[in-house]
Design a protein around this ligand. Structure first.
Ligand SMILES: Nc1ncnc2c1ncn2[C@@H]1O[C@H](COP(=O)(O)OP(=O)(O)OP(=O)(O)O)[C@@H](O)[C@H]1O
Ligand SMILES: O=C(CO)[C@H](O)[C@H](O)COP(=O)(O)O
Length: 327
């Protein structure tokens, strides 16, 4: 039996955890609460690698979310020491995050020649992805390829040792059934088009030197493949985080205040969905205006059972000023 607490907030009466086990090998996580209200330290004694899948389109916050996730498990996440400076891998005390872009079978030129995007399964090697994730899960090191985002080429492989927690993040962690079956837990970041535009435009203009027009064109060009190959994966996720524009501020143009829905599958082994106040009930909560530091109603929460792709889920939703997980 294993327990890992991902997040804990006293205010919401919520403890979010998942567990993993097998008959022959076991994984144990122990939670030690610190004095700080929102801080949780996790230690882990693992005999089998736990595999977490995180799926989302480009610019939808995978790296940002991953930084928060790995920090919950402890230690700073850094690229492999002494390795390729353009490696996409991040290693911390307990986790290794590998980016599934490394399984692109076609480099940038190859994709251009064949007229396919990186989202297209034909541009990715799912056989190798499956073999390597399976090996790591069984405790075997692998020589994983590197897709170099600076040059657009496939670089020499890097050695990846089996970690306690392996996170596979990228466009397709739940696309191939064999890879999907290796996941102990899966998360899909479902970012609405408006928010995706805002995040990607701000990042790609500031950090990657792209023009507004080229960013818009790239999002549009990817859309058919996104709809065909990326978006459908959310049906398989144990948790979906939907990010939408807020409805709290009428005619909001800034797009800084967001509305988030955490959709948690019921009946997932070792995963207990969080709830507000009373499990199974339907709750809508607007905190007292006198206690808010912003204009009323600055924040709103709700919680209810629901259905999602034919399965039962619990949904916690919130909108307001305090939901930026980038800091
Ligand atoms: N929760 C959030 N709130 C506000 N902004 C966010 C949030 N998550 C991500 N962003 C912003 O969106 C941009 C893209 O995020 P990030 O780089 O994490 O995406 P990504 O999915 O890893 O992208 P890529 O695959 O293209 O490298 C960043 O500028 C980041 O600051
Ligand atoms: O969707 C992506 C990653 O999430 C990238 O577009 C894909 O990996 C190709 O990379 P590049 O544009 O650097 O050639």
């Amino acid at each position: 039996m294993a327990v890992s607490t991902i997040y804990s907030t006293q205010a919401l009466n919520s403890t979010h955890f998942f567990t993993s086990s097998s008959s022959s090998k076991q994984v144990f996580f122990y939670r030690r609460q610190t004095n700080r209200r929102f801080n949780t330290i996790i230690t882990c004694a693992a005999q089998q690698t736990v595999v977490i899948g995180l799926a989302a389109d480009s610019g939808c916050g995978k790296s940002t979310f991953m930084r928060r996730l790995t920090s919950v498990f402890g230690g700073a996440a850094e690229p492999p020491k002494g390795g390729n400076p353009d490696s996409n891998t991040l290693i911390s005390d307990m986790t290794t995050v590998i980016c599934l872009d490394d399984y692109h079978s076609l480099d940038r030129t190859g994709r251009k020649e064949k007229g396919v995007t990186a989202l297209d399964p034909r541009a990715n090697d799912f056989d190798l992805m499956y073999e390597q994730v399976k090996a790591l899960k069984s405790g075997i090191a692998v020589e994983k390829p590197i897709y170099n985002h600076v040059t657009g080429l496939l670089d020499a492989p890097e050695l990846i040792q089996p970690p306690k927690i392996l996170v596979i993040e990228g466009l397709h962690p739940m696309f191939d059934e064999r890879v999907r079956d290796l996941l102990d837990f899966s998360i899909y970041l479902d970012i609405s088009n408006e928010v995706k535009f805002a995040w990607k435009i701000q990042r790609d203009m500031a950090e990657r030197g792209h023009s507004l027009e080229s960013i818009k064109a790239s999002i549009e060009a990817r859309k058919p493949d996104f709809d065909a190959f990326i978006d459908p994966q959310k049906q398989y996720a144990d948790a979906v985080i939907e990010v939408l524009p807020t409805q709290l501020i009428p005619d909001d143009n800034e797009g800084k205040v967001l509305r988030v829905r955490l959709i948690m599958k019921e009946g997932v082994k070792y995963f207990s969905p969080v709830y507000l106040f009373d499990e199974g009930s339907t709750v809508s909560w607007i905190p007292c205006g006198r206690k808010l530091t912003c204009s009323y109603p600055g924040i709103k929460f709700n919680y209810a059972p629901d259905s999602y792709f034919d399965h039962e889920v619990s949904v916690v939703g919130w909108t307001g000023n305090s939901i930026d997980w980038t800091s």
